[in-house]
Structure formats: C-alpha cells, structure tokens
Design a protein around this ligand. Structure first.
Ligand code: HEM
Length: 412
C-alpha cells in the first residue's frame, strides 16, 4: 500500500516541480488510480476516470460530506465557521438555486456585449507596455485585464484592488490539497484564514454601500433579489461575490500567461497568430488542455463508488488531476506537444457536469482579445528570461513572465 510520505503526490506539492509538473503527473497517471486509505483519499488521473467522476451522480462538492470533515466535526470543530461557502462547494438544491441566480450574467450573449470594453482595456494596457519595450506580461496584461473586468461586473471599486488582490491570492492557495494529502496543516493557515475573514468583511461593507446606492452591477442585482423574496441571504451574497472575485482574479490570468508562454516557445505559432487572428480559438483550447490554469479539482464520494476498477468508499475525498488527464495518451496523439491546429481538442479545463465553469465564456473572450492584440501588435516579441512560478498547485500559474516586445510595434 502506498503511504502519504512516499506518494508522488508529495512530489507534486514540491515547489521544485512547479515550473514543469508534467513528468510527475505522467508517473501518477501511469500507476493508475491511487488510494490512500489513511488520508481517506482517492486520486484519479486518466481522462476517462476524471470524466466519469465529474459526471457521476454520487460525486459531491460539499466538503462537509467528507469523512475527514465529519471526523473533525465529531471532535468539536464548527461545521462552517465562516458562513456558507461559495456554490462551487455546494450540492443541490443550494448549488442549483445560487448558480441559477448569477448564471444569466455569464451567458455568451451578455458576455459578448463586453467585447468593446475588453478591447479598450487591452489597448490601454498594451500602450503602456509599448512604452517600456521589455515587460512582465503578468503585470502588464494578464493580471490587470481580468481583474478590471470582474471588478466592473461585480461593482467592486478598482481603487481597493491592492488590498483584495492580496486576500484573493492567499485564498487561491487554500485550494491546494496540502491538508488531505500530507495530513499536515501547512504553512500560512492563519494568514489565509485572516485573508478570508478580511475579504468577507470588505464585501459585507460594500454590500451595505450598494444597498443604499445601487448600481447596474451584479452585486446590486443580487441585493435586489435578496430584498424581494426569500431566495438568498446576505451571507450567500457575500459567499457568491467572494467566489466570483477570486475566480476572476486567479484563473484567466493563467490562461493568458500560459498561452503567451507556449506561443513564445514556438515562435512560428506566435507569428501565425499575429498574422491570422482566426487561430485564436485553437490556441485557447489547446492551452486549456496542455497547460490548464486549474490543474485539479476535488470531489467527495456521497456513496460508495466504483470507478476505474477501484471502489471509492463513501466519504472519501477524490482528487481529479485534470492536468494529468489532458496528457493521457489514450486521449490524443503527441499529448506533450502544444499544437493549436489539432482537429479536435478535448479537455476538462473548465470542468464538466453541474459545476462546469460559469466564467468560461468570459475567460475565453478575455483571452481571445488579449492574445490577438498582443501578437498582432508585437509580432517580433520574444521571451526575455525564464518565467517564475507561484507556489500554488491547484491554481498553478506564473508570477512573472519577462517578454521583450521587439522593435516593431504596430498600433491597432
Ligand atoms: C481560464 C479561466 C478559468 C478556468 C480555467 C476556470 C476553471 C474552472 C473549473 C475547472 C471549474 C469547475 C470546478 C469544479 O468542478 O470543482 C470552474 C468553476 C467555476 N468557475 Fe471558473 N474558470 C475560469 C474562469 C472563471 C471566471 C472568469 C469566472 C467568473 C468570474 C469563473 C467562475 C466560476 C464559478 C462561479 C465556478 C463554479 C461553478 C459551479 O460550482 O457551478 N471562472 N471554473
């Protein structure tokens, strides 16, 4: 039996593998489903298994259903000390009710209407970048774009950004599977808890302001729903805005940055996109497969489940290593190659089933506008050094991506 200490999962958590975790993922995938009974954990890493778990009716997202959580509650821990979680971590009927209330704001028709605003934001960011010649693409484009868009959508003042970006970064770390895998509390738990409390207080205060002075934004819309019936509570508005704010901060940045890096490592691809913006959809889907911003997701077995020849006992946590599944040789040829021209690109980068990413149309649009403008305007850009990665395992991404923009800057 594999123990937690010698598990390749521990290697996955090691920051030394963050720049290129894919060889570790391959080892895990080749060894088949992994069960760590002492940690009540089962890990799936092939495409077929991850796909099956995501669609399985006994797959739950509410962490309270796990044996680990139930044991802690039995030992006296509070069930939800910070109020309800975002609906990402809820099951029906609460998940269905809350998701329905915000889904209208994220359908393609509504999102596509944001395109002119997104294009204007991108143009302004690239104007600033052009003045500098060498830029960090994270700081100059990939981070500020999605942050400005989600703040505008939610009605969160961009001036407060420095404060909540720190909180959001800390909360993103709390999605890492350090507790379930190693059994250790991990570093920075207290700091992450404080960040969570701070962000909730911040949002509560902002909700108070919007209640007195509503705007056209999503937060004001949710407050209106709360005030006109018993469909949701203030705690649920806080949790929902918290989820959207963190999702808006910590994911699309990595899609834009990972695509930029993959294209720059293959200058022909960069030049091809610069010349033909019609290629951008392939670039985005291939990035979501090849180097996905969300590397893994979790589920809990609400019943005993049989997947991939193993029985997952009721209450076990399941880790689905999407980044490993996407390079499954059973799924496609040349899985370790970045090839946006593949005739079909299948991936689970936005999840699957009832929790399929609500922000997918928005993320795709932002990335499309950013990548077409960046390549068209700087067709001779090149890497100006190696990227630096954050420690995050789940929401893995770069903290710095140095790029030399090249001499030719074409104003679009
Ligand atoms: C490239 C960018 C993004 C990626 C790769 C991504 C990926 C994902 C994935 C994999 C899930 C499913 C999680 C699970 O099944 O447990 C998810 C759910 C979700 N995403 Fe995204 N996401 C991105 C951008 C966004 C954006 C911009 C927003 C909104 C502002 C957003 C909002 C959400 C929400 C609300 C959920 C929960 C859906 C539910 O539980 O019903 N995402 N995302």
């Amino acid at each position: 039996m594999t123990t937690a200490a010698d598990s390749p999962l521990v290697q996955l958590l090691d920051p030394a593998h963050r720049a290129d975790p894919y060889p570790v993922y391959a080892r895990i995938r080749q060894s088949g489903p992994m069960q760590l009974p002492d940690s009540n954990l089962t890990v799936f890493s092939t495409f077929a298994h991850c796909d099956e778990v995501l669609r399985h009716p006994a797959s739950a997202s509410d962490r309270l259903k796990s044996t680990v959580a139930q044991r802690m509650i039995a030992e006296g821990a509070a069930a939800r000390p910070f109020g309800p979680p975002g609906f990402l971590f809820l099951d029906p009927p609460d998940h269905t009710r809350l998701r329905r209330l915000v889904s209208k704001a994220f359908v393609p028709k509504v999102v596509n209407a944001l395109e002119p605003d997104i294009a204007a934001l991108v143009a302004a960011l690239l104007d600033d970048a052009a003045a500098r010649e060498d830029v960090d693409v994270i700081e100059g484009l990939a981070y500020p774009l999605p942050v400005a868009v989600i703040c505008r959508l939610l009605g969160v003042p961009l001036e407060d950004e420095p404060q909540f970006s720190r909180a959001s970064a800390l909360l993103a770390q709390s999605l890492d599977p350090f507790v379930t895998v190693t059994g250790a509390a991990g570093d920075g738990v207290e700091e992450r808890m404080q960040a969570g409390l701070w962000l909730r207080d911040y949002l509560r205060e902002l909700i108070g302001r919007r209640r007195r002075d509503p705007g056209e934004d999503l937060m004001s819309g949710l407050i209106h729903v709360e005030e006109s019936g018993d469909q949701l509570t203030e705690d649920e508005i806080v949790a929902t805005c918290n989820l959207l704010l963190v999702a808006g901060h910590e994911t699309t940045v990595n899609l834009i940055a990972n695509a930029t890096l993959a294209l720059l490592r293959d200058p022909e691809q960069w030049a091809a996109l610069a010349a033909d913006p019609g290629r951008v959809a392939g670039v985005i889907e291939e990035t979501l497969r090849y180097d996905p911003p969300v590397q893994l997701v979790g589920r809990i077995a609400a019943e005993d489940m049989s997947v991939g020849g193993v029985t997952v006992p009721k209450g076990d946590n399941m880790l689905l290593l999407l980044a490993a599944a996407h390079r499954d040789p059973e799924l496609l040829d040349r899985p370790d190659e970045f090839d946006p021209q593949r005739p079909t690109i299948r991936h689970l980068g936005f999840g699957k089933g009832p929790h399929f990413c609500l922000g997918a149309p928005l993320a795709r649009l932002e990335a499309a506008v950013a990548l077409t403008a960046l390549t068209a305007r700087f067709p001779h850009a090149a890497l100006a050094g190696e990227p630096t990665y954050k420690q995050n395992v789940t929401l893995r991404g770069m903290s710095e991506l140095p790029v030399s923009l090249g001499v030719t800057s074409t104003r679009r």
